[in-house]
Write a protein that binds this ligand. Structure first.
Ligand code: HEM
Length: 342
């Protein structure tokens, strides 16, 4: 396949009938927060000479999001969540680190991403009759999982078909399906998934994978929390930040020789050393959610000297697509800005 970045954005939009121009084609609903990142001494002196890790604390902008392309999606929807962090460096440079609450990807390259996007286009739901489910069971065939009651269209069958024809996608599809709604953005672990190359102060280059660990621990929504309002994650974060700051630790898992840096669908062995690169402290929400959150661009290839892309083809493909998407959505007014705000 040889799609242009704009065609990739079009393919993403087809998964979300009702998507609104002026919003992101994925992760359309977000909440912006601000704070600072303070590196640990060991990160800068040994593992990475780049400014975010080798200097003093720097201001950050963080956007938490729901992976859906619909900004009206209720927070309780079963879906993945994102955490995009922008480090505003003293030199004027900017470093973006984008992560999700799943550790691996269901696709290994742009072709597979597009295949999955096409498979995930919602189609009218076929409720399997009971007799068909029993026949499938007797023939040891897997019936597609039942769609939620009342739902007219679904992507589930398509994603399920993609998973069965792409065995490498199994870990990613499984973690996507298990990504239950979090109780709080402050209690969710996020993973940047790809390998990045860090150059240490002594010139040594190491492959790492980044993970954000919430200091308040992880917690999913439970039945006991229900019912919740459609924007409970935003409300919860606002109330939490009014009481105390929210901290995340940035950890780097250090790859060893032989670890595959090009395949985001496979986790590295858990025994790899993990070091703490620093602490991110959120102190409040950004004042202007439109200008300082919705209208800004995060890009996983926006890196600084000392941090480089690995040979992961998914990471490399994302750069131009995020840029095209940003240019498209900011060329039209933001649909949820109040008049005069955009
Ligand atoms: C080839 C694979 C991928 C493509 C083509 C793609 C494409 C996109 C696009 C076009 C956007 C909207 C960008 C904008 O308008 O500013 C987006 C947002 C996002 N993507 Fe991806 N994506 C891919 C893989 C991933 C992966 C592996 C992750 C996991 C870390 C990820 C996490 C996110 C997050 C968290 C956002 C929201 C960023 C924000 O808040 O601005 N994406 N993606």
């Amino acid at each position: 396949m040889d799609e242009s970045p704009n065609q990739v954005v079009d393919a993403m939009v087809r998964d979300f009938p009702g998507w609104e121009p002026g919003t992101r084609p994925a992760h359309a609903k977000g909440t912006g927060a601000k704070g600072f990142f303070k590196p640990t001494v060991v990160a800068g002196s040994e593992y990475c000479k780049a400014e975010p890790f080798a200097g003093p604390a720097v201001p950050v902008t963080v956007r938490f999001s729901n992976a859906s392309g619909l900004w009206s999606v209720p927070d309780v929807a079963q879906n993945m969540r994102g955490m995009a962090v922008k480090f505003h460096l003293a030199s004027g440079a900017v470093f973006d680190l984008i992560a999700m609450n799943v550790p691996v990807s269901p696709f290994r390259n742009l072709d597979e991403f597009l295949e999955l996007a096409s498979a995930a286009e919602p189609v009218p739901v076929h409720h399997q009759p009971r007799w068909r489910q029993i026949l499938d069971l007797l023939a040891l065939r897997q019936s597609p999982p039942a769609p939620p009651p009342g739902q007219q269209t679904s992507s589930v069958d398509g994603v399920f078909r993609f998973a069965t024809t792409h065995p490498s996608s199994m870990d990613g599809v499984l973690s996507m399906s298990l990504a239950s709604p979090p109780a709080s953005y402050a209690q969710t672990a996020f993973h940047a998934i790809h390998a990045f190359l860090l150059t240490g102060a002594n010139g040594v280059v190491r492959a790492v994978r980044f993970h954000w660990d919430p200091v308040s621990g992880g917690r999913f929504l439970t039945r006991a929390d229900l019912p919740v309002e459609d924007n409970y994650l935003n409300t919860e974060l606002t109330e939490r930040l009014a009481l105390a700051p929210v901290d995340f630790i940035l950890r780097a898992q250090i790859g060893e020789s032989g670890d595959d840096t090009s395949d985001p669908s496979k986790a590295w062995p858990w025994r790899r050393p993990i070091i703490s690169m620093g602490t991110l402290r959120l102190t409040g929400l950004v004042e202007d959610q439109i200008a300082d959150c919705e209208r800004i661009s995060f890009n996983p290839t926006r890196l600084v000297d000392g941090i480089a892309c690995s040979d992961d083809p998914v990471l490399r493909a994302r750069g131009p697509v995020y840029q095209a998407s940003y240019e498209r959505r900011t060329a039209v007014p933001c649909p949820f800005a109040s008049p005069g705000q955009d």
